[in-house]
Design a protein around this ligand. Sequence first.
Ligand code: SF4
Length: 379
Amino acid sequence: MEIITYSILQGKKTSDEYYERIEQFTIDVCDKICSDALHYIHQYRQYVQQSCPEKSMPELIIYLEYLIIGVLWNTYVERAVTLPKLPGRMLHSMVNIRKKRRWKGIMDFFRGILGTVFLSKRSSPHKPSYTLENFIQLNQWLKASGEFRFIVDRLEIWSVFMQTLSAKEVKKLLKDASDLGLWFDTKSEQTLGVYTPNVNQFIKENDKKMIWQEHRIFCTRRRVEYHLNMVGAQIMNKAFREGFLKTKEKRVLLPICMRGKPASECQAKKTHNGFRCTGCTHNCIVHQVTKLGRLHNFKVYIIPHASTAFSNQNVQRGEIGIVGIACVLNLITGGYEAKAIGFEPQCVLLDFCGCQKHWHKKGLMTEINYDVLKKILCY
Ligand code: SF4
């Protein structure tokens, strides 16, 4: 099996070994955050509970956010500090406009050009210092890229919290988060690197080819971001588990790359919540999951694109539990988005990536660990 960037199968029939490994590694990561940064976590949590309780999250999610700060700071702050204000704002506005489907094509065209010119790595003469201004600038860059939806909303709360700290305290917080990010980079590569063997090669071969293309930032995300999403998915599943189990209705959302036939032949029918499989192909995984859903009373929808997974949804908070199945790089944003809308989310990552839009000329039919999905749904 061709590995494009990542595969949690590692040449085996199932990804069971990955799930054992990620569970232990996530415990190690949380222990490290707990021993190094618990005072920040508690200080921040207390601030949110007092100032904006509606934005509160379980403590485990705050661990994750602190790790996200460290990893994204190390990965993007040098680009971020060179982003001029006006193009940054224009790119961010285009992200919002492209949500309206009829403008998507034209917005993607202009975002491809502006993104290539203003978001690509540009050398900063100095290593950016650990200041609130640079943290805000990092968030502006993440917003302009359009790839960190909902993460930026969470980081904005952190930046408001940092305004209550002295410059010295902000410097220490950001430096400690960055050090944690460096530790995570090394450790995750040792532990999870076997599952992401071709990320660097993919970036090397495709970075230049994708110049002027809107999805360049997404497709050239760093290896550490794959590992961050793997750990993030575990943390989110644990943190949101109780809420999910309490919901009355359960749904499973599958990406189109799991279908057994190309779009022109797939007989799935469009509904308000996504496409519903009609079972035209017996061995199609979507059909298998749909049959399981009939047996155990959950609905299955095929979602054309991660960014449209939750559009047009009017959800009563806490009523619907969803299991989002996605490419590893979409897991954290997807979890936050689902939660923000009012769903109680869980997720399963695709065993490997293969969609035609981002990763493969012809498209590979992707798979998941069926046992993990059943365990999440308690069957
Ligand atoms: S079985 Fe369902 S998802 Fe698979 S190709 Fe047919 S209609 Fe599409």
